[in-house]
Structure formats: C-alpha cells, structure tokens
Design a protein around this ligand. Sequence first.
Ligand code: NAI
Length: 456
Amino acid sequence: MGDSYLDLVNTPLPGRIAKALGLPRPSVLRRYTPGEAVAAQPVLVTGSGAGAEALADVLLGWDVEVRRHVLPGEKLGAAVVVLDRAASPEDLAAPMLELGQAVRLLVPGGRVVGLLRSSADTADPAEAAARQGIDGALRSMAHELRGGATANGIVLRGNATTTDPTTLGALRFLLSGRSAYVDGQFIEVTSTPAGGVAGAAARPAAEGTPDRPLAGRTAVVTGAARGIGAKIAEVLARDGARVVAVDVPAAGEQLARVANTVGGTALQLDITAPDAATRILDHVGQRYGVLDIVVHNAGITRDKLLANMDAARWDSVIAVNIASQLHMNERLLASPVFSDTGRIISLASTSGIAGNRGQSNYAASKAGVIGMVRAQAAAFDDGGRTINAVAPGFIETDMTAKIPPLTRQVARRLSSLQQGGLPVDVAETVAFLASDAAAGVNGQVLRVCGQNLVGA
Ligand code: NAI
C-alpha cells in the first residue's frame, strides 16, 4: 500500500537522478505530532490594516516569532498574508509580489495562508474582482510550491474578523501538520457569537486543550473497522473523544480491535438497516447521555460504466453512501441525545465534485452528500450545530491499492504534492471540523486531495 517511489526519491542518489531527469520529486510531508509548536521557524505576517496588526499580536501570544517584513536570508516557517482590505485588482500587486519573495524563504513543509473577504459579500464589481483574484493567485501559488509546502486561504464571511475564534482555529489548523494534505483550499468562516463558540450557552465549557480539543465529547464513526474510518476513530480518541466505532457484523473482529485500540466501544450494525439510527442513539444515550459528533464515513464503490450499470450496483451505493445518512440525520435531529452543539461530518469525494469514469453511481452519492450538507447547514445557521463534508482525493488505502499499478502511479503524481494522502490526513481534517475551533465553519466541503488536478 506504500508509495515506494516517494521513499526512493527521498534518498540521496535516486533523488539526484530524479532531479536530473526532471521526474516528480514528492517530499515527505510534515504531519502533526501532539505538542508540536504552531511554527518552529519565524512566521511572516504581511498586510497593512488593523486586521493584520491584530493577527500578528495573536500569533505573538502563540509563542510564534512574528516578522512583519522579510529579513534577508532568514528562513520562514510560514507566510500569512492578510488581504482583507483589497478593494480593486490593482491592490493585489504589492502584497502578492512581497509574498513571492517570502515563499523563496519557506522551509520544507512550510505554509502560506491568505486571509481574504468573500466576493459574494460585496456588490462592488472592482472589490469582488480583487477578492476573487486573491483566490486565483493563491491557488496558482499552491501549484508552484515544492518541498511539501502548501498554500490555502481563509475566507472571512459577513462581519468575521481576522481574530475571531473560528478564524484563529482555521489558521492554527492550516499552519499545523494536521493539514499536511490540504492544499489550494479555502475555508469560509463566519463570526461566532460573543467572541466565543457558537451555542456556548448550551455546551459546557470545552474541557479541551490545543492537544486534546475533543476532551469530554462523544463521537460515532461509521465504517470504523478499517481504512479511513479506523484512522478517524484513532485521531478523535487521541484528541480526547470517547469513540463509538460502527461497522457491519461481518467486520466484527476488526471493529472490536479498533474499539479496543481507541478505548471506545464497538457497535455492529448495517447503517442501511431501518433501525440503525435508533440503535446508535440508544447505545450512546445509555452509555454517555449525549452524542456530540457523528462522522458518516462508511462508503462503498460498485464501479461500472453507466452503459453497463445494473440496478443492484446503483441502488446499493446510493443506499449506503447517501440515503442512510439522510435517514440518520433526520433521526439525530429529532433526538434529545444529539447535542445542541453537535457536529456532523460526512465523507464526500473528489469524484462527487469532478465526476469519474465508471463511477456515475458513486459520484451521484458523493455529490449528493455535498448537496445534503449545504441544505442542512442553512437550517443549522445561527444555531450551535454544524455540518460539513470532507472530500478526499487519492488516499492510500485498501481501496486504492486495488487500482492497477501504472494508473495508481499516475493518480498519485497528479496532485501538487505529487503523492497520495494517508488516512490520517483525512482524519485530521475531520477532527478539526469536529472541534470547537471550527464552530463558525458550516456547510463547507473541505478537500483533502493535495490539490489534485482532477476536480480542481
Ligand atoms: P473502506 O472500504 O476501506 O472502508 C469502508 C468501511 O465501511 C468498511 O469497514 C466497511 O465494512 C464499512 N461499511 C460499508 N458498508 C457499510 C454499511 N452498510 N454499514 C456499516 N458499515 C459499512 O473505505 P475507505 O477507503 O476507508 O473509505 C472511507 C470513506 O472515504 C468512504 O466513504 C469513501 O467513499 C471515502 N473516500 C475514500 C477515498 C480513498 O481514496 N480511499 C477517496 C474519496 C473518498
């Protein structure tokens, strides 16, 4: 299942040969370890407004060495470019060209994070052009970065500021190793009430710390017996959550192993069963009283060209990947067990964004997840609950190990990071969306795809 080319090219001689031949040279990504500093090297914060000043002050409080200008020769861990005041496309030249100089100084695994306002929030064409222009510039820069560095953006919606808790939560995520395989993406944030967590009145003060942000929370993960689901269970538990691992009875042994590893409980059920939601709510209600986080991860593929598709393949994919989620969400929302500040995170796929040959059924289900999340989010607006989707690209799992070798190699190199992601990369993003830090992130589809060219 491993990427042996990645390992090889990161040794001295093959690395030099790959360079000489102009072959892809994927880097080993900087991934999260609990206790890590926000940034081990200085962080450049550019931008001239009050928003940039305030953000630089916050970063100082995070024990980060902040620079307001590039110092010749000094390496940078990250560059944060605050562009919240861009009013016309001409305003972009100075900050973007300064950023161009800064990225030359980025360490391997460095980060670029842009903060901008949404073009959807202005009626002024020049201002909208400037804001949308930042989007294009940052995505292009993400394609240009090497050494496992990434570039992403935080889009301030409405009256959100550079120092709102959710802005800072998204920034911390994007600067950290948790976002290793998130590249060329934009997280939209809205301001949360009273400078705190949405629904804070209803939710007990977080017991969490930056390293255990989910302490005291109860999470259900479907499809947890293996692959991405097993890793999500592990990461949520590492972050402090009590985990209920759900999978089909046929996967019972593996499921028990995962539940034991994470110190959680196992619940064997088929999520398409009519009583699946009731059984989950009963299980959690009896043991823990409240359900805070639901991760709809279970999913199947039954690939065929549409011309050769039969009803069984179509129906089973729709039933597992989307119909079960719609049904379960309806039951969750009607139940007192589901927290007023509950989080739902649903696994979509880049196939659901771009489509994929042989996957019309799967893409229908995953695009369906995106539609469901957006509609439900609108209903959650102003409440304490959120619902978001994570759309993985090529992830190294049993599923992708079955792809023929040559196709697999090509698929891996098609992203800006020139490699597939790991299950942990998806799990870290799920954990971020499950945390209080993401209280103002709702109705988003966050791609974990290394900026794959497919579906861009
Ligand atoms: P996997 O096939 O390794 O694991 C899926 C798990 O879901 C299995 O343990 C299976 O038993 C369980 N499951 C299937 N049907 C179920 C049902 N009716 N009730 C309860 N459990 C059920 O899949 P993988 O690769 O870990 O994918 C996890 C999720 O991520 C899926 O939703 C998949 O569509 C999505 N995804 C995966 C990508 C990848 O590259 N591996 C890319 C994009 C999305």
